[in-house]
Design a protein around this ligand. Sequence first.
Ligand SMILES: [Cu+2]
Length: 263
Amino acid sequence: MYGRLPIAKMLAATIALTAAISAVMLSINWDGQEASTAAPKIDQLLNVMIVLSSFVFSLVMVMLFYALWKFKAKPGDESDGEPIHGNTRLEVAWTVIPTIIVLFGAGYSWSVLNDIEKVDGNPLTVDVFSQQYAWSFGYPENRGRWSQGELHVPLDRQIKFEMHAQDVIHSFWVPEWRIKKDNVPGITTTAIVTPDKLGTYQLICTELCGFGHASMRAKVVVETPANFSKWVTALPDTVPPPLKESIVQDTETNPVPVGAGGA
Ligand SMILES: [Cu+2]
């Protein structure tokens, strides 16, 4: 037998290493500016996952280096290693602990998703039309006005984006909002966002969709409700018939989007 493992010392080393790695990892601003009510919740989730991952990594490293140091063969020792027939306590521990960590991560993510996808009483619906390689936007609540390449939304109002891909799969992503949603031909996918910071951002297609994918962007402007109202009213065009048609087709294929995430 190997004798007793210095469990308390190994645990202390694991915690110290977890703290050191977490301190470095959490000092980095991974996701940039936060500009929606969902952003801080998603960033917090990421931070918790970073600490948990640091813990698992540290535990493995401490045990690995302990084993390398403790059980190293002495010079001149040519004998076989001891035959090992398993260790029930260790096996129970390495099954139960990861199970708890994974279930915690799943439960926490679920509750964050539930929270950020909750539709409040008064969302503004905006239709998002994506095609190789451009974005355009319809405002059904503002007499069907239509904007190409520029998305405006009012500050502090929940927006319900309904996505209608015209050709292949695209993906709607505004990094500062943290929200990302695939646009799939034939079905309507939905994203819920409440922008809470004025400013100009970038909408990026984040699903490789063809030759011009990298340039498939649009300007996003979050402005006061009064300015938004002025802008949307002044738009000269309404949604063109083929795009309107695509909404009807989507709806027929998928009359009730499943949850807030579409199908
Ligand atoms: Cu695209």
